[in-house]
Design a protein around this ligand. Structure first.
Ligand code: GLC
Length: 560
């Protein structure tokens, strides 16, 4: 009884502080969480409700998502949110003003026309390759520009980067492969004439080529069409060829027989060795989204016939493989724990011959909440990488690669493991970090990727927009509001760093650039998506894949 009174008293104090935060923000919501013992009872929910009802009349707000996770068993967390109109906080206003100004400054011009944004504009550190426009980095800026009606920048970017894509077969390892999109480009000048100088990884640290650039390019081309209604651009024959060549590079038969795309380590935003060779989730999620986008963008004609067939043939098996074999939740953990090994033939349940001893069951069983789940980081022969990768999981929700229940479970995990995955800065690029001997062997003892730094368990504010999009898509906007509020507290004061370090994301990244453009654009994009969720259509995909497929498929059949 005494404990109950203490819990309720704490609850009231907490709620009052939530309201005071709420009153200072416009269109803000605050997430209130109360840890309740495992014997969470209806009377405690009743009291929460009464307190909240009173707060509603006080603040003229509306209660949303009451007990958002109440459909899940064994809930130990009572979670609710309030949304409504208050005053826009000074902090939020200042942050947005500063961000718009910084984004404007980051724009680069080619032949007098805006073509992209520079990676970072840090006045205090040497630029290295941060003076370039990275394709992956530009996506956040591009989506903001599309939302704000500045589609001319995005169009020019798409047109000019397409020209950088090699179009002929290369049997020369020193040249970029046909279809590869560059990681980045910068503007050079020769005899007073400007030209674009592409980097396909040939100048990057470790000489890593980007597998994600082409996939993002296709996803962005679709967003451009949706935002502007201009389908002519994607229908142009050079654009159709560009899409085909990117897809051919991904769909080509190689030395494996999986539906996932096979990539080397460091072929994504994690452009250093981090144990990601093979079939990393981040790339598979982007691959799925790019396949879905291509199925909309490719004109059904004779020339595209084979590639469209290949796209449809790949979508189903890819979806199944990821939803089934990458998935980790309590139930699945039990199955893997008791896996038979060394099975031979098509009926094998443990298709990848995962040895139970390779999975950190003790840690996972403690960490993974009953209501949560996620897609594992990588899958291959005797390999299941159980690290949580944010980009892959969030893009899986956004693209509907994860089904509805899985999407909620991923968001439950983020909510219930908030201090691990969000902490002081949204959000961890991967969790947990590789430490000690694992860090030494897997990263090659990379000092930039030491435990809880940079890619190895660092926190990247750019991921905020993907979190906002995923949360809003699943009608759980309170998660996004809460994450944005946390980011707002730090970003302006800290000068928009590229990443944060430490298990809880408290430290500005040791070698982080300041005024990193995708940090700035990611924040603005998250704000735009929350303010007007109709913008989600630029990036999100509906789950009803089969019907879209069938109509497209029949169009192709009729061309034969
Ligand atoms: C770093 C990041 C990469 C990013 C680039 C430019 O190399 O690892 O993901 O694209 O900086 O910001």
């Amino acid at each position: 009884m005494a404990t109950d009174v203490a819990i309720y008293a704490a609850l009231v104090v907490y709620l009052l502080s939530v309201v005071s935060i709420f009153e200072r923000s416009l269109f803000a919501s605050s997430l209130a969480k109360v840890a309740i013992s495992s014997s969470f009872s209806s009377s405690s929910s009743g009291i929460c409700f009464i307190v909240l009802s009173n707060l509603r009349s006080l603040t003229n707000c509306r209660l949303t998502n009451w007990l958002s996770a109440s459909n899940c068993s064994n809930i130990k967390l009572c979670s609710f949110s309030i949304e409504g109109e208050g005053k826009l906080s000074d902090r939020s206003l200042a942050a947005q003003e500063q961000a718009w100004e910084a984004l404007e400054k980051s724009i680069i011009y080619y032949h007098g026309q805006a073509i992209g944004t520079i990676a970072a504009l840090d006045p205090d550190i040497s630029a290295l390759n941060y003076d370039q426009c990275f394709i992956r980095d530009f996506v956040s800026s591009a989506l903001v520009f599309l939302i704000k009606g500045r589609s001319d920048i995005v169009r020019y970017f798409l047109e000019e980067t397409l020209k950088l894509q090699p179009k002929t077969v290369q049997l020369d390892c020193l040249k970029p492969s046909r279809g590869l999109m560059p990681a980045s480009f910068k503007i050079g000048s020769f005899n007073g004439r400007e030209y674009l100088k592409a980097d396909f990884g040939d100048h990057a640290i470790g000489r890593v080529a980007p597998a994600d650039a082409g996939l993002w390019w296709i996803i962005l081309l679709r967003a451009y069409g949706i935002a502007t209604g201009d389908t002519n651009l994607a229908e142009r024959s050079d654009f159709q060829e560009g899409i085909r060549l990117i897809l051919e590079l991904c769909l080509v038969t190689r030395f494996d027989m999986y539906p996932m795309v096979l990539v080397p380590d460091g072929a994504s935003m994690i452009d250093r060795r981090l144990g990601l060779y093979g079939h990393p989730l981040d790339i598979q999620s982007l691959f799925y989204a790019a396949l879905r986008a291509s199925s909309e963008l490719l004109t059904p004609n004779k020339e595209n016939q084979n590639i469209i067939h290949a796209v449809y043939n790949r979508l189903g098996p890819l979806l199944k493989q990821l939803r089934e074999n990458y998935w980790l939740d309590s139930e699945r953990l039990n199955v893997i724990y008791r896996f038979q090994v060394e099975e031979y033939g098509e009926e094998a349940l443990n298709q990848f011959n995962i040895y139970s001893d390779s999975i950190p069951f003790y840690r996972l069983a403690k960490w993974l909440p009953e209501a949560g789940g996620y897609l594992a980081g990588n899958l291959g022969p005797s390999q299941l990488d159980c690290r949580f990768f944010s980009l892959g999981n969030l893009m899986a929700i956004i693209s509907s690669l994860a089904d509805e229940q899985q999407s909620h479970q991923i968001l439950n995990l983020i909510e219930l493991r908030w201090s691990d995955l969000i902490g002081n800065m949204p959000m961890k690029l991967c969790y947990p970090a590789l430490e000690d001997i694992e860090w030494r062997i897997v990263t090659g003892a990379d000092p930039k990727n030491r435990p809880w730094s940079y890619h190895n368990g660092g926190s990247w504010p750019v991921l905020l927009w993907m979190l906002a999009a995923a949360a809003k898509k699943m009608d759980r906007g309170e998660l996004a509001h809460h994450a944005i509020a946390i980011a707002e507290r730090r970003l302006t004061e800290d000068g928009w760093p590229e990443y944060y370090d430490g298990p809880d994301g408290r430290l500005i990244g040791k070698e982080a650039r300041k005024y990193q453009t995708w940090t700035i654009a990611g924040y603005l994009l998250a704000k735009e998506l929350i303010a007007d969720p109709s913008h989600l259509k630029l990036i999100a995909f509906e789950p009803a894949l089969s019907t879209i497929d069938e109509s497209q498929k029949s169009k192709v059949e009729s061309q034969k």
